[in-house]
Design a protein around this ligand. Sequence first.
Ligand SMILES: C[S@@+](CC[C@H](N)C(=O)[O-])C[C@H]1O[C@@H](n2cnc3c(N)ncnc32)[C@H](O)[C@@H]1O
Length: 451
Amino acid sequence: MAAKTTADSASIRAGAARGVLAVTHQNRTIDWILEHRPQWVSHTESTALLYGTLRHLFYLRNTVATFLHKPFRDKDLDLYSLLLVGAYQLLWSDKPVHAIINETVSAASKLRKPWAKGLINAVLRRLAEVADSLNYPDQTFDHPPWLLQTLQQDYPHQWQQLAMANNTQAPMVLRVNLNQNTRQEYATLLTQHGIAHQLGVSEQAIVLEQPLPSHQLPGWQQGKVAVQDMGAQYAATVLHNTLQQHATAQATQNGQLLRVLDACAAPGGKLAHFLELCSARPTQSNSHIETIAIDISQPRIDATQGIFARLGHHQGIQRGDACQLDWWDRQPFDYVLMDAPCSGTGTIRRHPDIKVLLSADAISSHSATQLSMLHNLWQTLAPGGTLLYCTCSLLQAENDAVISRFLETNNKHANVQQIQLPSGFATRHGWQLLPTESHTDGFYYALLHKQ
Ligand SMILES: C[S@@+](CC[C@H](N)C(=O)[O-])C[C@H]1O[C@@H](n2cnc3c(N)ncnc32)[C@H](O)[C@@H]1O
């Protein structure tokens, strides 16, 4: 029985090592692994090892290098990845050292390289001997140098806290589906199921004390709840509040049609939230709200249809490129949500692979796309309409800088509207949420009114 346990533990480590290799040397994301190689992460421990190793990859690489006489050959990078997984566990877990070393050594056989057992054993033993004298994690921020420099430049007083926050585990936040229940009703249901939680700052949010697989949440299949970061939940709230205010201020005619576009809609989290708010809180003038959703990615559109079906939303989503206008029926929109494709640097806690896969060049390319998309979508907005620009990025290049460049050519028609959210801070043109505060990821919002 004990031998079987070691064998299983070895498979868990080998799976995590294969995952680390796929990210570091094959340009794969963790999401790709979860979808296409679920066998590597079928155990919660292998998932935890994969995330943990990637979170601390930069420190682990440097530390392990001091015990190696020469780098691994390309064909043995799976062993190198295994060594990193073992080193991560030695430095960041409470598991007994002998168990970690034995199981990691056995995993070399799972990778069909039993000849490397001696090497893995020797390196991990030497690391274990010096572990107490290492100053991790204070010694490093575990970010690629270019990203750390950019954070330092954008947040001269906060970059260290941000980098440290990026290396923590994000909370699991739920959004209660108002079409099905109130937040209080769902919180009661969680209590009845013994799931510890607290109410979030944003109105439909509940923060779980411990993450758990979403299908284990009560009422999941019936669509009572969705998983959505609290920072992301402000998008629908801001859009819906703006719509309510305008409908009231402009004395919108009773039953008037308001058209709303979600231009980068998949997987539909913000749109679903918006639909829930619209049906739970109709405008005073009972405006009829028509929502059009597009996204460029067919697989993501397909996934969104399933999510909407679970939540009970009868909302279509069509394939379209938000940098083009061929999908547009030429009827202007009163509200546009542009949840831009971006670096995701505000979500590094949930996606530590971003630190490995992202490059400085990708940031310039993202901001060019964001600007071009913004110019394009602006044409679809009716005079008097409002566009909400958002990213899950911490970087100014994708946030205020994009809005500044947009305003340089559109200042006669575009007017920045102030936003204020419960955490984060006002920027030149919008509002920045940070992963250091109030259970939110890093998010940026800017609200533009068309004159
Ligand atoms: C940040 S995600 C959107 C998340 C979504 N709004 C939600 O709340 O669930 C960005 C989306 O933009 C889509 N996208 C990227 N480039 C696009 C383009 N040129 N036109 C339309 N969608 C695009 C991606 O496929 C991705 O689904």
